[in-house]
Ligand binder design. Structure first.
Ligand SMILES: *Cc1c(COP(=O)(O)O)cnc(C)c1O
Length: 376
């Protein structure tokens, strides 16, 4: 390794954006139709009229020689309004409570910089969970403490989590990352987990990642005013169908939001992404009509797959399902993953199981047929 590169980066394994192959396509391209069910995106592109509006705006309004709006003022106002409405809050969320970023991935990094960098703290996660928290922490030299989950319900082992917080570690744990509902396992936070977050000491930040909020309908936003040590992350990459544009946002105490604004790069969000996000918010009623269909398809997948004797499949409050072989080795799982891929169904092999995104009805039909026919 080049001698000027930090030695701890040699061991770092980066996030695999498309486990099924480059740009979502299998390397050998054996199948002609590829079902990309490996990254939990919406299976539906933007409707044609919205694409045209966006295209028109790029052609007629966007000055490509000018830097984007570095303050995201209009977008923050629209997000504040949507967030308030999404949780029927008594008091409105204000733009000062919001920070917008290039995907919520950027916010995860900003939060680590704001809380832990420079040897000030470590983070706590409960595995299996979204791998970006630990990966991003390691890129910054921030220590990661992992605790387990129930093998039955995937609820966090709260005793282990509390013990980890109380252990005299140096540096101390400064941030706890939870996903509501969790990825890859699809479970929402339980009452016990939420109670545990409520009693966290004020010097520990709770990062509550609600990337799948529009599917689960569950949010902790209403309690945010009572908890200055909570931050809620959301994204336009899933239900809002904008994964290509990379827009995420945080809702937090104004002081934390201001700190996130201080840390981020000045022009972190391209003009076209800001326009796209504002446009989807303006048309949210139309876009979110796809949610009930996706949930219906998820439940159909769950019901049918539950009848397969080889698999244990868990219920989910998100737009994906997690399944494990009841018995068998990792090689058996790899064989299933590869067989699906060869037929054109890309899923994510992770945490000893498969995470399958709910696709269009046609895609789900193929997923069901392929898993049903698979000889174990
Ligand atoms: C998909 C996802 C995100 C969204 O990331 P973006 O960078 O906004 O695309 C965040 N958190 C979790 C747990 C996710 O699954």
């Amino acid at each position: 390794m080049l001698p000027f590169i930090r030695s701890d980066l040699a061991q770092l394994v980066s996030y695999t954006p498309h486990p099924g192959g480059d740009a979502g396509r299998p390397a050998e391209g054996i199948a002609s139709i590829i079902d990309r069910l490996d990254t939990n995106e919406s299976p539906f592109d933007l409707p044609e009229d919205l694409k045209q509006k966006l295209g028109w705006s790029v052609q007629q309004e966007l000055e490509s020689n000018r830097y984007p709006d570095g303050g995201h003022a209009a977008l923050k106002r629209a997000i504040a309004q949507y967030a308030t409405e999404s949780a029927s809050l008594p008091a409105a969320i204000v733009p000062d409570q919001i920070s917008v970023s290039s995907g919520s991935d950027e916010l995860i990094r900003s939060l680590l910089i704001a809380t832990c960098l420079g040897g000030e703290g470590g983070i706590l996660v409960a595995d299996p969970t979204f791998s970006m928290y630990a990966i991003t922490a390691r890129t910054l030299g921030v220590p990661v403490v992992s605790v387990g989950r129930s093998e039955v319900t995937f609820e966090t082992n709260l005793q282990a989590a509390q013990a980890a917080l109380e252990a005299p570690t140096s540096p101390p744990i400064r941030a706890v990352f939870v996903v509501h509902p969790n990825s890859p396992t699809g479970n929402s936070l339980t009452a016990a987990e939420i109670n545990w977050l409520r009693q966290l000491p004020q010097q520990i930040l709770a990062v509550i990642d609600e990337a799948y909020f529009e599917f689960s309908g569950k949010t902790l936003l209403a309690e945010l005013p009572q908890h200055p040590n909570w931050v809620i992350l959301r994204t336009f990459s899933k239900a809002f169908r904008l994964a290509a544009y990379r827009v995420g946002y945080a809702i937090a105490h104004p002081e934390l939001a201001a700190t996130l604004e201080k840390i981020r790069l000045p022009y972190n969000l391209p003009s076209v992404s800001q326009t796209a996000a504002a446009l989807t918010l303006a048309h949210r009623q139309e876009l979110l009509t796809a949610i009930p269909l996706i949930l219906k398809e998820r439940d159909r997948l769950l019901t049918t797959l539950s009848q397969l004797s080889a698999w244990h499949i868990w219920p989910s409050t998100a737009n994906f399902l997690f399944m494990r072989l009841k018995s068998g080795s990792d090689a058996d799982l790899e064989r299933c993953f590869t067989a699906l891929r060869r037929q054109g169904t890309l899923v994510r092999k992770t945490c000893g199981g498969l995470r399958v995104t709910v696709g269009t009805p046609e895609e789900n039909e193929r997923t069901l047929a392929r898993l049903t026919q698979m000889s174990m």
